[in-house]
Design a binder for this molecule. Structure first.
Ligand SMILES: [Fe+2]
Ligand SMILES: [Fe+2]
Length: 291
């Protein structure tokens, strides 16, 4: 079905922000297609991942995951070994890529390197941005590891993919503490006060802080909010934001175009690229880290 004929909740809000451009021969509107078609196994896999996510992510669930993961006592690993581990992961929420995640990591990093040759920290952010997905190897289902994120404890944003129907079995939808416009938040509390759905963004952000990695603040924001499409692309939750959140958004949007539109780019020569990135790892996040 062409994009324009989809029901409103199926139109991806990031389309509104996209330049009229074709990336690597794939037209812009062909990315992030969340239309429902149960005869298409990839679309059905994506839909199922999001319905599970929207049914099971609740305030209590996220508190439990923070309790489990923010002790950083699951494993110890260098960044390179963790990246190699991602070779075994295919993201089930992603309609645009069926490649192992490490390929996506290098595609993103290399495109940033082409367009921002002087920002070496951002090359490394591109490489590591999905590393939080290693949680999938530690008994976490993909619906709480991958995919777009959204805040818990307040009304669901109107531009979340698959819309309200996907939240119909979520108990927080019916909890009066959580289902109002502001919910548990004060108006204009600021982006960083929001409790986000549990996934690879928040986990990796916290892990970088815990291990005292040396990225500038913009790099940390790119990690923490890159999957928050209902905010950075959909414009939801304005009533909870403060003026300075706009600067965070600009940083995240600058990162995001390389994350999203490089997925059909050619597969990079990973072996040849390692020495450059190992140098960056040594500078910004050296040694064995706690995960
Ligand atoms: Fe991601
Ligand atoms: Fe990504």
């Amino acid at each position: 079905m062409p994009q324009t004929e989809r029901p409103v909740s199926m139109i991806d809000p990031s389309l509104l922000l996209r330049p009229e451009k074709v990336y690597d021969d794939k037209p812009i509107e062909a990315f992030r297609d969340y239309s429902i078609d149960d005869s298409d196994p990839i679309k059905e896999r994506v839909r199922r991942t999001y319905y599970d996510m929207h049914t099971n992510q609740t305030v209590d669930f996220v508190k439990g995951k923070m309790e489990k993961w923010l002790k950083f006592n699951h494993f110890k690993s260098t960044v390179k070994d963790a990246l190699i581990k991602l070779n075994e992961l295919v993201d089930e929420s992603d309609p645009d890529s069926d490649l192992p995640n490490i390929v996506h990591a290098f595609q993103t990093a290399e495109r940033i390197r082409q367009e921002h040759p002087d920002k070496e920290w951002m090359h490394l952010i591109g490489l590591i941005h999905d590393l939080g997905k290693v949680m999938a190897f530690y008994d976490e289902p993909q619906w709480c590891v991958v995919g777009d994120t959204f805040p818990l404890g307040c009304k669901w944003g109107p531009s979340i993919v698959y819309g309200d129907d996907s939240f119909k079995d979520n108990p927080d939808s019916y909890n009066p503490k959580y289902n109002t416009e502001n919910g548990i938040y004060k108006p204009k509390c600021g982006l960083e006060q929001l409790m986000m759905s549990w996934g690879h963004d928040e986990y990796l952000y916290r892990m970088l802080v815990h291990n005292k990695c040396k990225f500038p603040k913009d790099g940390l924001y790119m990690i923490r909010y890159h999957s928050f499409y209902p905010w950075h692309a959909g414009g939801d939750y304005k009533h909870l934001l403060i003026d300075s959140d706009e600067e965070i958004k600009q940083a995240v949007l600058e990162f995001n175009k390389y994350d999203l539109y490089t997925k059909s780019a050619e597969v990079p020569d990973i072996e040849a690229l390692w020495p450059y990135y190992e140098g960056l790892i040594e500078k910004y996040m050296p040694g064995v880290l706690e995960w």
